[in-house]
Design a protein around this ligand. Structure first.
Ligand code: PHE
Length: 455
């Protein structure tokens, strides 16, 4: 018998734990900062509602219907056809994402250590904080050690299994994360940059919308909701028949979006209070947060709390990435859980080495205009996840047939129209929108590539 979640709350916490991660607290603020502020936020929200929620439901439906990992799920629905490749695409995405995700997860551990040893209190201006961040991420030894520590944390939790590991930890860690975030927003309110921060964050300037903004917002919606690679198929596969998928999906999407928006409220007022540029890139929270807290009474404590929060969020997501990869080897290859975790965890950790060195000794090695780290990040977020979502929608809507799975959606749902609306979106809207965006992405990248060739 397949292992199941212990409770509905346990499942929602674990799935929200997968969704809420570095994507919300690290990536969302810096993308918003560099891709047009409020205009980016609006497109992001549209992508979450129009594409994210329906595909979240679709993945959970596929997972519970087949009770398998992504590859097994497609085998059981459309085995013997090339559609099974969609499952492999998912497992490979999990593999690649975790390899660079773990590097950033490692930075959070590094900053907790810095906080505990009192080193963060020296970073009292954004310039000093930025220099420190650059030196820290460029150091090969510490980058690697912290990356390995992060991988080890994920492996430890996945080792414990679905109920005794993943669920048990998420039920404690997720509520803690919310509490810490609220405290931090409270601090941000007194920073003095409230007005400018909020206007940047909430007043859209639609002239700032470009193809690049749209693609980044869409990729971010998939990344942040853990969609397009079968993480939600895998988590859905441990969901018992009596749970309601619609309600669960609403909760997961709501919690994930709420944390991303709240992270913006915690970061932007301070960015403007310190007259920093919001377009700092991946270092944004690592520059801003220490500089804010170094100037505040009791700041050390809050700084450690913040990075601990970031670490918690990252671990619960890293765990879901590792679980997808391991579930494949457990279900399809008959491996024991322990064997899968040790072997796959080690390989992913090795694959993460060039990403960990991308900010130091490998920073000059460019792949398609960015470092190895940038390359894997872009490849997965902008290409693999939206493409995965596209194929999931087409396969469910056109190949396998929605009529075979729609009963998974709460049989007693009175509002029939919600089911019908979902079916319509999955069949027509999601594939269409994803196709159009994807073509413009390929086009934009191709043009950039050719321009580089002749530059
Ligand atoms: N959703 C996670 C985050 O926002 C990242 C993730 C992507 C996790 C894909 C699982 C699958 O950080």
């Amino acid at each position: 018998m397949r292992e199941h979640w212990g409770s509905k709350l346990g499942f929602v916490m674990a799935a929200a734990g997968s969704a809420v991660g570095l994507g919300n607290i690290w990536k969302f603020p810096y993308l918003t900062g560099s891709k047009g502020g409020a205009a980016f936020v609006i497109i992001y929200l549209l992508a979450v509602i129009i594409l994210g929620l329906p595909i979240m439901i679709a993945e959970l439906v596929i997972g519970r219907h087949t009770e398998r990992n992504p590859v097994g799920a497609f085998k059981s629905m459309v085995g013997g056809t090339p559609w099974v490749l969609v499952g492999y695409l998912g497992v490979i995405s999990g593999f690649l994402i975790l390899s660079f995700y773990s590097v950033v997860g490692g930075w959070t551990i590094g900053y907790i250590v810095k906080g505990l040893t009192g080193m963060l209190s020296n970073l009292n201006t954004p310039d000093v904080a930025a220099r420190e961040f650059r030196e820290f991420t460029a150091n090969p030894l510490s980058s690697l050690i912290y990356h390995l520590l992060f991988m080890a944390s994920c492996m430890y939790i996945v080792f414990g299994g679905v109920k005794g590991g993943i669920e048990k930890w998420n039920k404690v860690l997720m509520p803690l994360l919310f509490a810490i975030l609220l405290v931090l927003i409270g601090r941000g309110f007194f920073s003095g940059g409230m007005e400018k921060g909020l206007s940047f964050y909430l007043t859209p300037d639609f002239s700032k919308i470009t193809t690049d903004t749209i693609i980044a917002a869409l990729g971010q919606a998939f990344f942040s909701l853990s969609l397009g690679m079968g993480a939600m198929i895998t988590y859905g596969s441990y969901l018992s028949r009596s749970e309601r998928i619609l309600t669960a999906a609403f909760w997961i999407v709501f919690l994930d979006t709420a944390v991303a928006l709240l992270a913006g409220f915690a970061v932007f007022p301070s960015v403007f209070a310190m007259e920093l540029s919001p377009a700092e890139g991946p270092g944004l929270v690592f520059h801003v947060v220490p500089a804010v807290f170094a100037r505040m009474p009791g700041g050390q404590f809050f700084a450690v709390l913040f990075f601990f929060l970031l670490f918690l969020a990252a671990v619960t997501s890293g765990v879901s990435l590792l679980e997808v990869v391991c579930a494949y080897f457990i279900d399809e290859k008959g491996w024991s859980r322990h064997r899968a975790v040790i072997i796959m965890g080690t390989i992913i950790a090795l694959l993460g080495v060039p990403s960990a060195l991308s900010f130091g000794c490998l920073s000059h090695v460019k792949m398609l205009g960015g470092t190895f780290f940038d390359f894997i990040d872009k490849l997965t977020s902008n290409y693999m996840l939206p493409l995965g979502g596209f194929f999931i929608a087409i396969c469910l809507g056109w190949k396998y047939g929605l009529e075979k799975t729609i009963h998974e959606l709460d049989p007693d749902t009175k509002i029939l129209s919600i089911k019908e609306l979902w079916a319509f979106i999955i069949k027509f809207i999601s594939p269409f929108v994803l196709f159009v965006v994807f073509i413009s992405l390929v086009w934009a990248d191709l043009v950039a590539f050719v321009q580089r060739l002749f530059a």
